[in-house]
Ligand binder design. Sequence first.
Ligand code: FES
Length: 334
Amino acid sequence: MSTDVTAAVSITAPVVLQARLLSLRWEAEGVMSLEWVPADPAQTFPAFEPGAHIDLHLPNGLVRSYSLSNDARERNRYVVGVLKDHGSRGGSIWVHEQLRPGMVLSISAPRNNFPLRPSSETQVLVAGGIGVTPMLSMLRQLAAQNKPLDFVYCARTRAQAAFLSEIQTLVADHAHMTLRCHFDDEQSAPPNLKALLAGYTPNTHMYCCGPGPMLDSFESVCAELGYPHAHIERFTAKAVAASTTTNVCHVELQKSGRTIEVPPHLSVLDALIEAGMFPDHSCKEGVCGACETRIISGEVEHLDSILTKAEQAANKTMMICVSRCKSERVVLDL
Ligand code: FES
């Protein structure tokens, strides 16, 4: 995932908001949308950009990230879509079976690892299944700005395609927008991304959110077709080789003036927590970007699912929940 986000990690407890669930809405087979409003009606929510996500702090102790799907100009509500995942480790099942309107939960302020880039060309959004949620917010913004867009929506079946009629209406109302849908059961095959994405210029910005295999395929198709501006959002960690780092590292926290020893069995994040600090974090899997921290000096083994290869090679930031220190001393902007 390409990101322009600058480090937002603090060593104090991160901002948490109180939100009340106003409504739960059935959107498609297995998909509910959740509409959150500030628990205090006198408040508004922090602003967000399309592509952003929030964390829900569930009462069962789990923290789960969900992309915002509503209009980014709205400050009075956040809307997320949640797929009931039968391989769930307790997050989406709890949301579908226990969460009810009126309940108040803690949520994080929005974070964005998947922003729209400025472009005068047609932009291409490729959504796979529940990956449609950030795309819907992007679509709303591009429609409001009357920008050209091609939207590709893939799902296993039409019945599982959340927000489809809303997307169809938005695209139909805008002359410079197109929508192509692919439903596996109707075509008796998975989508042919190479065919769907052929014919654009190398300047085109391509965005994809969906299941891991689709993202892997999207990245290789974009490379093959010569599209350098390919942006993805993962909601599960990609498979990465196990860390090869076995040394004890000393992490110097430049702002706080402390140095923390990180043994090889601990992540930097866990070592900081053990030392009594509260760095912002959520997934602990290198997916959400909450713990992204600026590197001032030192070598790092990047094991996250967010930064592109070029961004990892640039070594400007690291996800301290999964990435490891290669050099004996690493200086971080904390
Ligand atoms: S906590 Fe999510 S990327 Fe580190």
